[in-house]
Write a protein that binds this ligand. Structure first.
Ligand code: HEM
Length: 404
């Protein structure tokens, strides 16, 4: 043994650096995260509308975390489900908080994602080369709707039961095989215990599928980088800034602002966006006076009911979402941002107002003036997409700046 051996401990930094290099050599996950969250070159002119992507990610993680804790006490059995929710609200330590966070969190997740989509629509973020990024977003949106729909069935209240009955029955319009598909989906001849159990299984697993699609969404985003409010391609290095610290701080600030209305709702108005009938246990013998889905489905529900022929109503409802996939090709205008598209800007705002009007119709019984308004609004909804190719050809756009 040499008497010159150095026994002084290595500096901590050196150890960390060595461990980092060791891991990098085997799994470069840390540099991958750093590329995504620290050095990612973000356009330097992003406004607050670009906060909603990261907020959506946080909302998704919160849903998964609170969902896992709820699953520890929930019972996916028609004889126990309703009471297990009451047990969570009354007996489980902090159960009321976990459930309120999950319930209000679902609504806020949809608010955030609707704003995120409206931002993309305004600034033309769906256009080339971001078509796949947009398409993956539409897939996420569909998965979110499926997850939320099945989640709402789990408390097994009157709206859970009747909402599930009405919506699953829609599939009976599929030619020839429709009624078999519905029986297969129910796992019986009506919505019942097998339906609840499978909805619980899907409701648990789909958010993880969403996480997977979000990873693809971010991969596609990082390939061509973010669009920006001006909508032009950025060529100079000085048009970009590293994501950290500029946007990590901005996103954290945005999160703080978001948490104000969110926590107010969680603590003071947790039931505001829900329906009181869902506190009556499911009863297949009593149909509620009005069956209404959760608020975020209302515009699509209005389209369904606006059309008196059931088959066409169902096709229009699904079509109103699927048409989003084709948006990048329907709108062939080379100019992305609505700032430079005077006509597009107008029909964009009309489209958003019309979407809210559809939601209002969906919340009301399909009678009298609501039927008329819903029909006009449905025509206007689809007219937006039909107008886009024409607009691209005839619209006189404003001159684009060379740089930002
Ligand atoms: C779980 C839901 C979602 C998450 C976590 C998510 C996450 C993100 C993030 C972090 C960004 C980058 C930051 C930003 O631009 O705001 C982004 C960009 C984008 N997302 Fe999403 N997203 C979700 C849903 C959607 C949906 C439903 C759509 C559209 C149907 C969509 C379309 C887009 C587009 C087009 C961009 C690029 C925006 C640009 O660069 O201008 N996303 N998303």
């Amino acid at each position: 043994m040499s008497s010159h051996q150095d026994f002084t401990p290595k500096p901590v930094e050196k150890n960390i650096r060595n461990t980092y290099r060791w891991l990098e050599d085997r799994l470069p996950i840390l540099s991958f995260l750093s590329d995504a969250l620290v050095t990612y070159p973000a356009p330097r002119n992003l406004n607050y509308m670009w906060n909603f992507g990261s907020l959506a990610g946080i909302a998704l993680v919160l849903q998964i975390l609170t969902g896992i804790f709820l699953a520890m006490h929930y019972k996916g059995d028609v004889n126990l489900a309703f009471d297990s929710i009451q047990h969570i609200m009354r007996d489980v330590q902090w159960g009321w908080l976990i459930r309120n966070l999950h319930m209000v969190g679902a609504s806020f997740f949809f608010i955030v994602v609707y704003i995120h989509m409206a931002r993309g629509l305004y600034y033309g973020s769906y256009k080339s080369p971001r078509e796949v990024l947009w398409g993956l977003g539409v897939i996420i949106f569909l998965l979110m709707m499926a997850t939320a729909f099945m989640g709402y069935v789990l408390p097994w209240g009157q709206m859970s039961y009747w909402g599930a009955t009405v919506i699953t029955n829609l599939l009976s319009v599929i030619p020839f095989i429709g009624k078999y598909v519905v029986v297969w989906l129910w796992g019986g001849y009506s919505v019942g215990d097998p339906t609840l159990t499978r909805f619980y299984a899907f409701h648990f697993v789909l958010p993880f599928v969403i996480i997977g699609v979000v990873v693809l969404h971010l991969w596609a985003l990082h390939l061509h980088r973010s669009n920006n409010p001006v909508g032009i391609d950025l060529k100079r290095a000085k048009d970009y800034i590293p994501f950290h610290p500029y946007y990590t701080i901005k996103d954290t600030f945005g999160l703080g602002v978001y948490l104000i209305p969110f926590t107010l709702m969680v603590f003071f108005l947790p039931e505001y966006l829900g329906h009181p009938d869902n506190y009556i246990p499911a009863n297949p013998m009593v149909t509620p006076a009005h069956i209404v889905p959760e608020w975020y489905f209302l515009p699509f529900y209005a389209i369904l009911r606006a059309i008196p022929i059931k088959e066409i109503g169902v096709a229009a409802m699904f079509g109103s979402i699927l048409v989003l996939f084709f948006l990048p090709w329907l709108d062939s205008s080379p100019v992305r941002s609505a700032r430079f598209r005077p006509l597009y800007k107008q029909i964009y705002w009309l489209f958003l107002i019309n979407f809210v009007v559809l939601g209002w119709c969906g919340a009301n019984p399909p009678e009298g003036m609501f039927v008329i308004i819903a029909r006009v609004a449905t025509v206007l909804y689809f007219s937006f997409f039909a107008l886009l190719p024409v607009l691209a050809r005839y619209e006189k756009t404003k001159p684009l700046p060379a740089t930002i």
